[in-house]
Design a protein around this ligand. Sequence first.
Ligand code: ARG
Length: 459
Amino acid sequence: MSTKLWGGRFQEESEGWVNEFGASIRFDQLMADEDVMGSLAHVKMLQKTGILSESDSQQIIAGLEEIQQDIHTNKIQFSTDNEDIHMNIESILTERIGAVAGKLHTGRSRNDQVATDFHLYLKVRLPKIIQAIEAVQTTLVKLAEENVETVMPGYTHLQHAQPISYGHYLMAYYQMLKRDKERFTFNEQHTDILPLGSAALAGTTFPIDRQFVASELGFDSVYANSLDAVSDRDFVLEFLSNASILMMHLSRLCEEISMWVSYEFSYLELSDAFTTGSSIMPQKKNPDMAELIRGKSGRVFGHLMGLLATMKSLPLAYNKDLQEDKEGTFDTVKTILPALKVLNGMLKSLKVNKARMQAAVENDYSNATELADYLTTKGIPFREAHKIVGELVYEAIEGQQNLQDFPLTKFQEIDATIDETVYEILDPVTAVRRRQSEGGTGFDQVIQQIQQAKTELSK
Ligand code: ARG
């Protein structure tokens, strides 16, 4: 007979390299704490319902608590011989308290056990991720507050489009992170459901009390269907999808940071603490951390695609394929938390070259829309105004000047009532100030956004 925990019907042993292929202990030991927590709640329920005697239960509880201590102090050695975290803990418990340990698995399967561990794993980490997002939001709001009146080019197609407030730009990222936070908060709802008590797939004949286990572990509710409970990984896919969208946002911001610290832009300067030098070029100050955040988005997207592909076509209920759900998820947590932290540090120590940003809109044609809008107020249809200004821009480019360099008489050829105010209209700072439509870049609008954000963050 095989020496495995499940070895009864087996005559032969697998070779080590086969066991190695099937084992998950190398990575699922990260859920050791969650596994013991789940087992403790389960055995307390077995005692409460009279499924196990008080004396058996108490021995198991004492053994598990001792293992829990040892996990916290790193005293436990796990082994591939026991395949995964669940069998490792059970076998350590057996070594310590003897055969009574075998009663722990009554009315339970590794299928509902692993799902429970995984739910617990994310349940503990989601609030930390939400907190880390909030920390970046707080920094963005502070930076936005310092830069409400910092005027810079707004881009579309990477071409100067219209002047905007840098504070407005920063608040755009605040809004993206706000949605990220909402998505992770929603993710918490689907994570907060307890699979334990579904056993292998069909429930159990033992008179278990799932509500009791749920309240012991702090779960909001229990899965309504045992087949669904052991095979559902939607909460993980949601997590990976939310993490991917988050990383996409961080990556866009980091792309702009990397661009804007370049010599050509010089809008921003990163502190030495978040940059690196070159081993050959002494003058270099590279935005490595920003590039890495941008780069690491790729692995997170990969983990989402990986698990989607694993899940697709999986028949109900549990299949060993599901063991592939963990590494990518663990790696995602290990990626996004430091990415948020590094980004926050980078933003906190960021130097903004306001003069350089402003100069970029003083020598361009990003005020062309202002002139077209102005002509419209003189009764010229917008389409026509657009054409007139387009021709003026062409002429200005040819003559290597800006729109504001044209004499007043030039504007009066278009409409005799045009006066000196046209030059004020063409000023980029005025252009930003006047964009007072709701959600626009006008300074007052940006201040309102910041106020609103502060209220949201203080909740
Ligand atoms: N290590 C397994 C996993 O991560 C635990 C569940 C195993 N269940 C089973 N029936 N083989 O999915």
